[in-house]
Structure formats: C-alpha cells, structure tokens
Ligand binder design. Sequence first.
Ligand SMILES: *[C@@H]1O[C@H](CO)[C@@H](O)[C@H](O)[C@H]1NC(C)=O
Ligand SMILES: *[C@@H]1O[C@H](CO)[C@@H](O)[C@H](O)[C@H]1NC(C)=O
Ligand SMILES: *[C@@H]1O[C@H](CO)[C@@H](O)[C@H](O)[C@H]1NC(C)=O
Ligand SMILES: *[C@@H]1O[C@H](CO)[C@@H](O)[C@H](O)[C@H]1NC(C)=O
Length: 468
Amino acid sequence: MFAFLASTVPFIALAHAAQCSLRLDAQPDNAQVPFATAPSPAVPSQTTTAGAGLPSITPFDYSRTKVRGVNLGGWFVLEPWITPSIFEQAGNENIVDEFTLGQMMDPDAAQALLKSHWQSWITEDDFAAISAAGLNHVRIPIGYWSVPLPSSATNTSTSTAPYTPGAWPYILRALSWSRKHGIHVILDLHGAPGSQNGYDNSGQRTSTPVWGVNPSNITRTIDTLRWLTQNVGGMIDTIELLNEAAGFIGQNWADAIRQFWLDGYDAVRAVEPPTTTETPLGVMIGDAFLGLQAWTNFLTPPRGESVLLDLHSYQIFSDLELNRTLSDHVTFACTTTLPSLTTFASSNVWTVVGEWSTALTDCAKWLNGRGSGARWDGTWFPQGNPTTMVHGSCDGFTGNWTSFSDDYLSMLRQWWEVQVEIAEAAQGWIYWTWKTESADEWSYQKGLEGGWIPQDPTERKFPNICGH
Ligand SMILES: *[C@@H]1O[C@H](CO)[C@@H](O)[C@H](O)[C@H]1NC(C)=O
Ligand SMILES: *[C@@H]1O[C@H](CO)[C@@H](O)[C@H](O)[C@H]1NC(C)=O
Ligand SMILES: *[C@@H]1O[C@H](CO)[C@@H](O)[C@H](O)[C@H]1NC(C)=O
Ligand SMILES: *[C@@H]1O[C@H](CO)[C@@H](O)[C@H](O)[C@H]1NC(C)=O
C-alpha cells in the first residue's frame, strides 16, 4: 500500500533546496496519491506534463517581508462552528468533532461526507481570491490522521482509527494550488494523537487529552513531522510543529511541550539542514498559552535557525475580555499586546500572530462546541460559574453580514486595522479564518465582500490607531 514511498522519499527529500524552482518531485497532482483506495481528486490540466503551469516561487523571507495571510480553517480539521451543516448532516448530536464523526458514523457514509467537503470547501477559486486580496500566505491546519505515515517511518502505531483518513491527496492539491497562485504555505499540524488540548479543533473534544503525558503519542507526532518534511518540505515555507499545545494543563505538559519543540525542530532539521545559501524551511512553534516571556532565548540562533513563534490573539474567550468596549479592546491591544509582541520579536525568534479575528463576541453558533451557547448572552457557563455575566443579546453580532449595523461594520473594520497594525510591528499575521458557513464576523472572504476588510491590506480608515 505504501510501496511508492521507498523510491520517492529520498528524491523528495532534496526538494526544499530547490524550492525556488518547482520540480517534478513537488508536483502532487499526477503521481503521489498515497492511498490506493483514495482516488486523486479531479485536477484540471496539470496531469500530463509534470510541473507545467506551476510558476516558480521565491522562498519567503520572513526577515524582510510581512506575513499577510489567512487560515484555511475547517477544511482538513472539522470544526462544528465553521461548518455546522456537516455536523447536522452527520445525523447524531453526539457527533461533536472529527473523532466522534469517525466513531459514530457508518465509515462509508463518513468517507463520502468528508470527501465531498474536502473537494468543495476550499477550491482553486479561493486561492485566486486570496492572492487577489494582497495576501502572501495560507496556514493550512491538518490532522495527524490525514498523513499517510507508513510503518517504516515510525515504531509507534500507524492506525488512524477512529478518524476517517483520505484527505492527503487534497492536501497535496492545496499545496499545488498555493504554488500556482504564488501563495506561501505554513503547514500546521493542528491535531496530534491523543489530542494536545482537548479542543474540538484538535480533532477530539475531551476533558482528558493525553498527548502531553503520553510518550508514544509524542514520538508518533515527531515521526509524522519528519515524514511531512521529507515528503512535502519542498512545497512549503514553514512547518508548524503543533497548534495550541496546552501548556496550561500543568508543569508536566509545559515541560513536555518544551522538549517536543526541541525534538521536533531537530527532526525537521535532520531532513532539512539550514544552509547559508538558501532560505531554510521555517519551523514554527507556539507559545503553548504560557505567554511570550516563557520563550525568551528559546530556539534562538545558533540552537535554532529560521524559527518562528505562532502567537494567537483573541479577546473574547473570557467574561473579563468580553466586558471590554471596542475602545477598551483597542487600548488593551495597543498598550499590552503591542509592546510585549515587539519586545519579544526584536530579541528572540520571528513572531507571527497566526490566529486572530475581527469577532468581538463568542456568539457564533457552536463556537464553544456543538450544543454550547455563548458567554456573551449568558447561554453558556463554562465552569458552571454562577457569577457569569450577561453582556447582551447575540442578535446582529453573528450570522449573515447583510444584517450587521453600520456601527458594527465600522467596529469590525477598526478591530481589523488595529490588529493588523500590531502584528505588522512584528513579522505579520494570519487571520482566522478565510471562510465560514454562517459566522460572517469571522470570515475574511465575507469581510472583503462587506467592506470591513479592505481588498488592499495596506489601506487604512483608522491610520495610526495606536497613536504612535
Ligand atoms: C525504530 O526502532 C529501531 C530499533 O531500535 C531504530 O533503529 C529505528 O531508528 C526506529 N525508527 C524510528 C522511526 O524511530
Ligand atoms: C497514544 O498512546 C497510547 C499509549 O501508548 C496508545 O494506546 C494510543 O494508541 C496512542 N494514540 C495514537 C492515536 O497513536
Ligand atoms: C465590566 O465593566 C464594567 C464597566 O466598565 C465594570 O464596572 C465591571 O467591573 C466589569 N466587570 C468585570 C467582571 O470585569
Ligand atoms: C445573506 O443575506 C443576503 C440578503 O438577504 C442574501 O442574499 C444572501 O444569500 C445571504 N447569505 C447567506 C449565506 O445566506
């Protein structure tokens, strides 16, 4: 089943050095469909002449150019709030994430549902629109279960059960489309075995994630990163070792994550050594919710080369933050986020705000999980906390933007601009997320349509918003 690997791996391992000119080995559409049982998605034109139609792309220079990008959320890792219709179609309210979808649905039905989603949620037109919006990056979240890790590449299990495999050809096609449209890629391992945070967006919503305390799950993650680097390192600018590892769970998790960043970095660099003549493959770590200061002097040169830190910045996941007016949000961002970000980025590793949005509430349906309400309107009490505040009605804050008020649209614009300004004081930003089914306040695509996100990301209606 994985016989093709023996011959392709050594060849592809050379690809990053040749990143500036795309070669046969980096052309996924004709040859590299790792599952005999997963037909290659239909791909126009590029199936006969390898490399034809794909322009070369200069490796992204994070030291000189600001990252401006979008996440392709909800594509290869489902999230109920991004695509509620998938979960509604799954026909069982206990299906709350991709893990339970695989566990509780008939396998053929799950495969059909997901395949149609992989095929249609993001298409080549989206890559063209992303490029036309002046963006230079996509961050592509993937789950470990979509990576066809062969048993020759790991001493751990390669079972993906209960997850539904089969996304890999679509991931390859996404990398190919990125290249074709001149968009740089951060490939983001968003779901690890055992779950690194227990969030539905790790694949598994659970109050007892085990990744951080399970050495074999961590080893499998490292083996997955090594295999990804070998196989698609030449198609991407940066590999993100793991999304939102939950360092807050306890000191044992914090310690495990720290060691994992080092080991993951070394695994990638063993395949892709940094050189002085090429832009090395970027390796992205995260702050693990421990704050930037926890990572002072960590993986800085010479121990780490071309390392990036992914900071996620939201002000809506606590009552304290939801209680802020727009003016309070802006003040907090300008006086707290901005100085801590710039201080860290100027003397440590490149720092990118890899997730943020214009949402000012947690009102989006199922944002807090399928079946959960919102803190904003008092319909969800995460800790069963009787002192939970009610901030207002959710009406008009989420859903179809055509019903948003002019005041709200102006707030969204201002909130977009201040966050862009702050992130560009470091290495830049990647908005969460390009597309949603019904939460337009989170959608970059709808922001462009509704005008609260400018078609030219350098345009300002609120210049010098932080007053400097
Ligand atoms: C698996 O174990 C063998 C024997 O200890 C070792 O040589 C090999 O490198 C291991 N493979 C991986 C991918 O760790
Ligand atoms: C995580 O580790 C446990 C314990 O070794 C193992 O039983 C489980 O299969 C692992 N999970 C995955 C998805 O590999
Ligand atoms: C919420 O904001 C109001 C008005 O600024 C303030 O009086 C109150 O203490 C705040 N509550 C919390 C929990 O932060
Ligand atoms: C949003 O509302 C407009 C105006 O009623 C409508 O044309 C459009 O189809 C709606 N969009 C969605 C996704 O429902």
